[in-house]
Ligand binder design. Structure first.
Ligand SMILES: C[S@@+](CC[C@H](N)C(=O)[O-])C[C@H]1O[C@@H](n2cnc3c(N)ncnc32)[C@H](O)[C@@H]1O
Length: 357
């Protein structure tokens, strides 16, 4: 057996710690979920000032035998950037530690928008357990780990599980709150458009915000029938059920947000071809507006790259999809016959690609 004695001792134990951080990294997401389940972001938000551990305990519904663990949970959340430690003086003028929210945990407060708590709630054992299949998925010919775990594709599983469908749609809606914050200000993207169809638009959060920002634009949310069946529109917002693999309602422009990363190139080409068919204003500003991640091997910093690579593994294994590099987007859009396209980063880890037929 080869010896690793050649590795300097400092590196050797750094490597051990590196391994342990990954071995137990699922605890990161479950602790975050636990903080949401215990309403910690909401409690600190409504407290309105830095909260001490006794004050937090008095508001948490934890069992008396667990109150001593709250301080350790808080220490973990501080270390990982979800709480900020500060000092306060009590009535006797004694100094003690107190805690406030950070930008990341403010995104988990129910009373604020955007609120990403529904995405955190998707961290449930049913989904997480599918990752146990990852090793055997690589060796077998199953399409996805979702099919290995549930016997059907993720979309079919959601169709037959109303509770999971509801929580998935809520999670997607909360992500849309995030994106529409910047999209609303991207006036040049919507300039001259009289109608838009949001393909795979879920329960319509993105399209509703666009319809309110542009009251003269006809906005259509198009998604699977079971997703849109109970959604109600407004004067310039309507919902249509169907499959983007069959046909898409016509409009000046087609929006596809967080859709193409769910699909492999073959399926994405079908979707893009149907999008092109649906565009009424061909050659006159009609376009497909894609919102998705673009992997930029040279420009992405470590944090951005990590998010994109995590999503890539998630898409690869659960949906047979992928996060694409700049080169892969170029290849896909050229294969779909778009004459030209332009890409601009949105704030965050996604970009906006406007592709013209
Ligand atoms: C990742 S979600 C994105 C939802 C939304 N665009 C957003 O960003 O919040 C993918 C969406 O595609 C929808 N979808 C899946 N298969 C579809 C199909 N064949 N036709 C139309 N929509 C579909 C799903 O129901 C889901 O709402």
């Amino acid at each position: 057996m080869d010896s690793i004695a050649a590795i300097p001792e400092s590196e050797y134990f750094k490597a051990e710690a590196h391994l342990y951080r990954y071995i137990y990294s699922h605890i990161n997401s479950t602790v975050l979920k636990c903080a949401v389940q215990l309403d910690i972001p909401d409690i600190i938000h409504s407290h309105g000032q830095p909260i001490t551990i006794p004050q937090l305990i008095s508001k948490l519904e934890v069992h008396p035998t667990k109150t001593g663990c709250v301080e350790r949970l808080v220490r973990f959340l501080v270390h990982n950037g979800f709480l900020l430690e500060t000092k306060v003086n009590n009535e006797e003028d004694e100094e003690s530690e107190a805690y406030t929210l950070t930008p990341s945990s403010k995104l988990l407060v129910k009373a604020m928008e955007p609120n990403l708590a529904p995405i955190v709630r998707l961290v449930e054992t049913g989904y997480m357990a599918t990752f146990d299949f990852l090793g055997s998925w690589f060796k077998g010919n199953d399409k996805t780990i979702a099919e290995m775990a549930f016997g059907v594709s993720m979309w079919e599983m959601l169709e037959h599980d109303p509770l999971r469908l509801k929580s998935f749609n809520e999670a997607m809606a909360s992500d849309s709150q995030m994106i529409t914050k910047v999209l609303k200000d991207s006036k040049s993207v919507f300039k001259g458009l009289e109608s838009i169809v949001d393909v795979g638009g879920g329960t319509g959060t993105t399209c509703r915000i666009i319809s309110e920002a542009y009251p003269n634009m006809k906005c259509i949310v198009f998604d699977l029938p079971q997703v849109v069946e109970n959604c109600s529109g407004s004067k310039n917002l309507s919902f249509v059920g169907g499959s983007m693999f069959r046909s898409i309602p016509s409009a000046d422009a087609v929006l596809i947000k967080w859709i193409l990363h769910n699909w492999d190139d073959e399926s994405s080409l079908k979707i893009l071809n149907n999008c092109k068919e649906a565009i009424t204003k061909k050659g006159e500003g009609g376009k497909v507006i894609i919102i998705d991640a673009v992997i930029k091997e040279k420009d992405d910093d470590d944090g951005m790259m990590q998010v994109k690579l995590l999503f890539d593994i998630l898409m690869m294994s659960t949906l047979n999809g992928k996060e694409r590099t700049e080169k892969e987007w170029k290849k896909l859009l050229e294969a779909a016959g778009f004459k030209h396209y332009k890409t601009a980063p949105l704030s965050g880890f996604r970009s906006i690609i406007e592709a013209y037929p």
